[in-house]
Design a protein around this ligand. Structure first.
Ligand code: NCD
Ligand code: ZN
Length: 354
């Protein structure tokens, strides 16, 4: 198959790319991790591992121990590197974050506004409290990953991302312009516009589900807990803006699945958990989206090149091939007695990882 210098090649039957990375993954721990990790490791060479465990990963020692548990849980023969992150709290020690960055244990630090999402009770109550840490991160070149939603209950849930940009993000970027920021799981045209217009120190990840569903999916014929994640899916105009950004090939947008598995019983509940288990058919879903938009030639930039460039890491040398063949997304993934339902459970996608 003809391949260009970057490794991309497409024919009638297949598509070959440099091996992609996933820049936003929740692997959890224990039996859940053992069950979900193979889905990530089969497609991605590296992944940014989110630190929102209970208790959260706030120290170098905790990140190293978690990394070791991940490596131990990998299926034999996997070639997968977990990139660890630090969970920022009001009381996080700037020296610990700085040392973790120097030792390359921490590849980034995550800002969860407190109570914004799953396991964020220990998150930051006011960004002013971590100014010293953020300055230190800017000095070390350690990227800040933001869950970009305000938690002010008086702000409509569909507006919380746009309001975060105005109230928190834009002022932060004026105060510490050297800080490198990834706006995680962008869900609005406001975020796309802001990031496009801003300088080179900010980029964004985009999930497969936010490229596929809009907020109607949450209410399709009844309440659909498996379509619920945070930030919640928005109107169609936002989904279209995200698709345009992802398929543009622009360096500021890259792949981050935000795969966030929860036991089915915790999703199908009176107070269902936020999180979509996107890993089982992630790359296949992105390929479908890029094909639908006539942009398969931009998939490699989004999936395999833009992320490493922002994180100042080399792109992967390996290749992955997707064949045009139907893949059935599993209806349920079992974790012992517990079931976890993937995004697009039971549906067929026209791409298969070779
Ligand atoms: C994530 C989780 O379950 O850990 N949930 C989600 O809806 N995305 C947390 C997060 O990334 O917000
Ligand atoms: Zn997440």
């Amino acid at each position: 198959m003809p391949q260009n210098s970057r490794g991309y090649g497409v024919t009638e039957e297949s598509l070959t790319l440099r091996r992609p990375d996933d820049w936003h993954v929740h692997l959890r721990d224990g039996a859940m991790m053992a069950a979900v990790l193979p889905y990530t490791a089969r497609q991605f060479a590296r992944a940014i591992i989110m630190p929102n465990l209970v208790p959260p990963v706030t120290t170098i020692a905790a990140a190293k121990a978690y990394r070791d548990r991940i490596l131990k849980a990998l299926p034999a023969g996997s070639d997968f590197e977990p990139l660890m992150t630090c969970y920022l709290t009001d009381h996080i020690d700037p020296d610990e974050v700085g040392r973790g960055a120097r030792e390359k244990v921490f590849r980034a630090a995550k800002l969860y506004p407190s109570h914004a999402t799953t396991n964020s009770a220990h998150g930051v109550s006011d960004i002013a409290k971590i100014e010293k840490v953020l300055e230190r991160m800017a000095d070390e070149g350690l990227p800040l990953l933001v869950h970009g939603e305000v938690t002010d209950p008086s702000v409509d849930i569909f507006d919380r991302e746009a309001v975060f940009i105005e109230r928190v993000l834009a002022p932060l970027m004026r105060r510490i312009p050297e800080l490198r920021i990834v706006f995680e799981h962008a869900t609005t045209k406001d975020a796309v516009q802001f990031i496009t217009d801003a300088g080179p120190n900010i980029a964004a990840t985009i999930t497969p589900h936010h490229l596929v569903i809009n907020r109607n999916a949450l209410f399709q014929g009844g309440l659909r807990p498996h379509m619920y994640c945070l930030p919640v899916a928005k109107r169609e105009a936002h989904r279209l803006a995200l698709r345009q950004a992802a398929t543009s090939g622009k360096p500021k947008f890259f792949l981050g699945t935000d795969t966030a598995p929860h036991p089915t019983k915790d999703k199908e509940s009176d107070c269902g958990c936020a999180g979509i288990f996107a890993a089982p058919a992630a790359l296949e879903t992105y390929a479908r989206v890029f094909e639908e938009d006539g942009a398969l030639d931009k998939l490699e930039a989004f999936a395999s090149l833009n992320g490493p460039a922002f994180y100042r890491l080399p792109a992967n040398e390996g290749r992955i091939t997707l064949r045009r063949a139907p893949t059935k997304v599993p209806a349920l993934v079992n974790v012992g007695e517990i079931g976890v339902q993937p995004f697009l459970a039971g549906e067929t996608i026209g791409w298969q990882i070779a």
